[in-house]
Design a protein around this ligand. Structure first.
Ligand code: ZN
Length: 478
């Protein structure tokens, strides 16, 4: 696989502070991006913020702020996640209020229109501001949106532009019949099931007189784009499409391997609507969308009213960046829903970082420092990354981490059964051999930690190089 690799998260909607679900998505994508970089691939990595739509307009009005000030504030909050979570600093950050993005969304619209896939009609429907979408009667529970039972649905009657999604039924059946196009596989089957119901055209504009916080529809000042149509375009506008002055779109999207990471509630947007829009505009498709599950706390969805919200900033404050990455990547299932509480997080932290990895590195390097005359000479030809290549090809970051902790467990066992610290007193040669083996195994562990915990990895590698016990890597938490 020598092609260029493109990886993007979805863009969080900026009507509230960064949520742990998005932090999960960002660190998952970061570990994958780092792995592919380390394996020698050229990687374009992107994230950003989704800043238009009715919900934002309403929140800005409530806060007595201008819309632009409101989204500027939140874009800055989301940008803070990059250093806070130890995300690759060369990540691209696209805002849907960026001028270049606005032009790209308008160009995509023109192309879909030229293909005959955009038409205008009078529309009456129930709009959920929470989802920023019209709901079908069949989707409602007791006349309310199942995702937002506390929100009053708005009955809206207006003339909207529609996208002919129904034209793409056959195309999408073909696209979604390709194994690997969606990870995990069972979500692909879910997407195919959704197609079986038959696709309906969807509204892609709002009347300016009712809602003006959006990108103007080309050639019609009376309408702005529906936020989803606008936001989905970010996956290629971040690459510089359509001008493509740097060739990133051509290299990473058309000729490369574009992968999107998204939450499990995004299938109809990412794998259906967006793929139809690309096809309509004559652009190539996303090669893979990886869907993660949701994080709950204490068995319930996190919510302010329940007081069980765990913010990514709070996690980092408590455990530090490295441990937060570890906790999200190993103890949150990459594809299924996972429940976390601070009790559980602290338990995992103590068992696997303070006692597991931290203690192992300290024990091995203490023995090395005491008994070896000089640093173990390690040739930098380890195949530590190859050992879990298969897990990364499946985007299963949790499985890759499991394999590292298996190795940590087996080295703990080796020390316990072989007792090199005792052996060295009676059989120096064997003692040295055992300690050397432990140090080079620790080296492999440090290398394999790179995509997940790069600072910890560096600290251990530096300790091996200096033949010194590292400073305490993870202090026990109460
Ligand atoms: Zn809703």
């Amino acid at each position: 696989m020598s092609e260029k690799f493109y990886l993007t998260t979805t863009l969080p909607y900026v009507n509230s502070d960064p949520h742990i679900g998005f932090a999960l998505e960002l660190v998952q994508a970061d570990a994958v991006a780092r792995y592919f970089k380390l394996s020698g691939r050229e990687v374009f990595f992107s994230t950003g913020t989704d800043e238009h739509g009715q919900k934002i307009a309403e929140k800005a009005d409530e806060a007595g702020k201008s819309r632009q000030d409101y989204v500027d504030h939140y874009a800055a909050e989301f940008k803070k996640l990059i250093p806070t979570l130890g995300i690759l600093s060369d990540i691209h950050f696209i805002r849907t209020t960026d001028e270049a993005h606005v032009r790209a969304a308008q160009e995509l619209w023109r192309r879909c229109e030229k293909a005959g896939d955009i038409y205008k009609k009078k529309y009456k429907g129930l709009y959920c501001v929470g989802d920023e979408m019209f709901m079908k009667e069949s989707e409602l529970v007791d006349g309310r949106c199942p995702n937002h039972p506390n929100l009053e649905l708005q009955e809206i009657e207006e003339e909207n532009y529609f996208f002919r999604l129904s034209n793409y039924q056959k195309y999408l059946e073909g696209y979604l019949s390709r194994e690997g196009i969606i990870v995990p596989e069972w979500r692909r089957l879910e997407a195919l099931k959704f197609l079986e119901q038959g696709l309906e055209d969807f509204s892609i504009s709002r009347e300016v007189s009712r809602m003006d916080w959006g990108i103007p529809v080309p050639g019609d000042a009376g309408h702005v784009m529906y936020v989803w149509f606008d936001a989905l375009t970010n996956y290629i506008s971040t690459l510089g499409w359509p001008e493509d002055t740097d060739g990133n779109y051509k290299n990473f999207w058309e000729n490369g391997f574009p992968v999107q990471v998204a939450g499990k509630d995004q299938i109809r947007f990412q794998s259906i609507m967006w793929q139809a829009m690309l096809k309509s505009a004559g652009l190539s498709e996303t090669k893979k969308v990886v869907y993660h599950g949701f994080i709950t706390s204490g068995g319930q969805k996190m919510s302010k009213s329940l007081g069980n919200v765990i913010s990514p900033f709070e996690l980092v404050e408590r455990y530090g960046t490295e441990a937060t990455r570890y906790l999200l990547l190993r103890h949150v299932h990459p594809f299924e829903d996972t429940d976390i509480t601070f009790e559980k997080l602290t338990e995992w932290y103590n068992a696997n970082l303070a006692n597991g990895l931290g203690n192992l590195a300290a024990r091995i390097m203490k023995m090395a420092e005491t008994h070896l005359q000089e640093p173990v000479d390690i040739k930098d030809d380890t195949d530590a990354l190859a050992a879990y290549a298969n897990s990364f090809e499946k985007f299963n970051v949790g499985e890759a981490l499991d394999s590292i902790w298996q190795k940590i467990g087996s080295l703990d066992l080796f020390i316990q059964t072989e007792q090199p610290f005792k052996v060295i007193k009676t059989d120096r040669e064997k003692g040295i051999k055992d300690i050397t083996y432990l140090v080079s195994s620790l080296y492999d562990i440090a290398v394999s930690l790179k995509p997940f915990m790069s600072e910890t990895s560096e600290k251990i590698l530096a300790a091996i190089k200096e033949n010194k016990m590292p400073e305490s890597l993870f202090v026990r938490k109460e």
